[in-house]
Design a protein around this ligand. Structure first.
Ligand code: IPM
Ligand code: MN
Length: 356
């Protein structure tokens, strides 16, 4: 196969971790006889510096012309504590999601046998946990009307959802649930929020069309607890944008490190593959960040964007092997064990792919 990948490394550790994923992609292409062509786009703070726009039109076109986007992270501390900043790096990510129509964010949570002790949760609770969080990504409070009144002393964000937005993500969630353990948990706050009542109503209308899937409903506060007290309960969890943002950070504790959580954002145009950990500015340029989440995002890219399951599997096997061999960055290294650098881990994984 021949494919075009747009690289959008962004800010902070983004460039370092994307570089390692590219090594894995190149190794896979060499091994399986695929041809890959890369393009590049600025996004986030680096795009603001260059274009005054966090998601410039040029970058959008680069994404539209690609078969998949490999994304790093956006964010820069110089914007974080400035509530009056007119442009923010995060707007680049939100604009990209909106303009590419990326309404579904898939965040799988798995555990690695040799890492269960790394989780802050009890081993027996997390060992074997394996679920998929489906986060709605282009609606809700992130995009609803927002503003200030009373000379700035009153502020609001609107949690707006249309039926079609709820239907399309639920449909996708049911399809994934069908191919997994056939259990879908719809997470909302229907006891309080009108938007959640719409979600629940639509889900209840759709559930009979998927009789092979068991649907249950859970309030978000309860789900937050259940993720910690019994993560093995979940198979596919679907929820709106803001709840999904919060719950997936929480869920990352189950695997032991945020540095392991990959994600795919899919929708109307080119799909985007990115780690969930963000730009981690304290580590930028130090060659210490964990590249595995980005490498695993590349595995998702082969599977979801190109339908190449064997290739995805080969990347996953290499990542698992690196963890088993303790070729890991400082976040995963056992006390007293060697801490490998970002590029050493990337090289090891690519080399493993080539040789196995
Ligand atoms: C994420 C991030 C983003 C979000 C930020 C950077 C805007 O936290 O992808 O989860 O809130 O969606
Ligand atoms: Mn987040």
């Amino acid at each position: 196969m021949k494919f075009k990948i747009a690289k959008l490394p962004g800010d902070g550790i983004g460039p370092e971790v994307v570089e390692q994923a590219v090594k894995a992609v190149d190794a896979i292409c060499a091994k399986f006889g695929h041809e890959v062509e890369y393009s590049f786009g600025y996004v986030g703070a680096c795009a603001i510096d260059k274009y005054g726009d966090a998601y410039p039109q040029e970058t959008h076109e680069t994404c539209l012309n690609a078969d998949a986007v490999l994304f790093g992270a956006v964010g820069d501390p110089k914007y974080d504590n400035n509530p009056t900043a007119k442009v923010r790096p995060e707007q680049g990510l939100l604009a990209m999601r909106k303009q590419l129509g990326l309404f579904a964010n898939l965040r799988p949570v798995e555990t690695f046998k040799s890492l269960v002790h790394k989780s802050p949760l009890k081993e027996e609770l997390v060992d074997g946990a394996d679920f998929l969080c489906m986060r709605e990504l282009t609606g809700g409070m992130y995009f609803g009307a927002k503003g200030r009144e009373d000379n700035g002393d009153t502020a609001y964000d609107t949690n707006l959802y249309h039926r079609y937005e709820v239907e399309r993500i639920l449909k996708l969630s049911y399809e994934y649930a069908r191919n997994r353990r056939k259990h879908l948990t719809v997470v909302d706050k229907a006891n309080v929020l009108e938007s959640s009542r719409l979600w629940r109503q639509v889900a209840q209308e759709m559930a009979p069309q998927y009789p092979d899937v068991e649907t249950d409903y859970m309030y978000v506060d309860n789900a937050a607890m259940k993720l910690i007290t019994g993560p093995k309960f979940f198979d596919v969890l679907v929820t709106e944008n803001t709840f999904g943002d919060i719950l997936t950070d929480e869920a990352s504790c189950v695997s032991g490190s945020m540095g392991l959580l990959a994600s795919a954002s899919v929708g109307e145009h080119t799909s985007v593959f990115e780690p969930i950990h963000g730009s981690y500015p304290q580590a930028a340029g130090k060659n210490i960040a964990n590249p595995l989440a980005t490498i695993l995002s590349a595995a998702m890219m082969f599977e979801y964007a190109f339908g190449l399951m064997e290739e995805g599997k080969a990347i996953r096997a290499a990542v698992a092997a690196s963890i088993d061999a303790n070729i890991v960055t400082e976040d995963l290294a056992a006390p007293g064990e060697k801490k490998y650098s970002t590029s050493e881990v990337g090289d090891w994984v690519a080399d493993y792919i080539s040789k196995n």
